[in-house]
Design a protein around this ligand. Sequence first.
Ligand code: PMT
Length: 401
Amino acid sequence: MLTGKNIIIGITGSIAAYKAAYMIRGFIKKEVEVQAVITPFGKEFITPVTLSALTGKPVICDFFTANTGVWHSHVDIGLWADAMIIAPATASSIGKMANGIADNMLITTYLSMKAPVFIAPAMDMDMYAHPSTQRNLDLLKSYGNHIIEPASGFLASKLEGKGRMEEPDNIISIVENFFSRQQDLSKKRILITAGPTYEKIDPVRFIGNYSSGKMGYAIAEACANRGAEVFLISGPVNLTVKHPHIQVFKVESAEEMYRACLKYFPAMDAAVCCAAVADYRPKEKAGTKIKRKEEEWSISLIANRDIAAMLGSLKKAHQALVGFALETDHEYKNAADKLKKKNFDFIALNSLQDEGAGFQTDTNKITLLDAAGNRQDFPLKSKKEVAEDIVDKLSEELKKK
Ligand code: PMT
């Protein structure tokens, strides 16, 4: 998977810089072309001679070579690379990257990168836990960088805690997995429902819910990034999609969503039902604005059709169906019942009991339950990362079909 890739290894001033040598050797063994870029402080911890002996190339540290005046273009190196890995990344370099302080070759190269960037922090546990470091890492994550969490263990300060740079072999595996799953859904067609539905009462009022569409749109982006052609059936939300392989079909009511799903599902390889579909709609829709009543006012409701259950009944052997369960109580039992009743291959349970999970937030906390009885619990993560976890499982299910 890594053969023939061009990778920049960025090394900053940390005692963990020696691990970069092992990492470079590991990548070279996998037939990767490596370019090392080092900060001036990085050179205090590992010599450019060691690095260039391993990569077979001069190490880049300065903007130009002093005796010849040869200019090193950070833009050209950025365009050459399939990925950049900054390992070890110190608190100082993390702060500079997060805030665009381009005062050395490594940071300017980082700012010029078009390819994915992996950042492996290495520092003392108190520096790592400091709110400014955490805020900078959150910023870097929000720019789309991949943070390789440091491990807990014995630190150079002789203290024990979280801050030790991840081991070179694990970093190589993370990058390898990234590239191997990059196009694992190519040629797959995936239908995704997202957002709420609005059930009209009259021309100015509706029954709705708090779904923002963030979770469903993140799944759509993750599937498209991994090569799928995505059909996104979206309720009313304030989101846009950027990926050219996502076709968006805007609907308003559960009935419209039902009809769109029925039309497209037969040609799909999979469907993910992430929408928060209203279970009921007003029995009658007033043509004009209903006037205020004196005392109580009641509306008769009738049940909407269950879209996921309909897809479950139509599902063919080659198709995978994924559902969600949004619960407030008896979470596992309710999710397991829905998994069975709607004929899902697996279901993502999210509970409103968990802080940061469910509607509107940028984060979610899920448990995946599958038809074979397996259960996987995940910590609170960004919806983008949750989407990747769900798509990993979907990709596995599709391989079994
Ligand atoms: O949009 P966000 O703000 O990011 O919030 C994300 C989310 C909380 C909406 C999402 O993570 C989620 O949980 N979506 C499903 C919400 C829901 O309606 O859950 P449910 O337990 O009521 O429904 C079970 C399953 O049946 C779901 O897959 C749902 O899409 C589907 N369903 C339900 C009713 C219906 N009439 N048709 C359906 O397809």
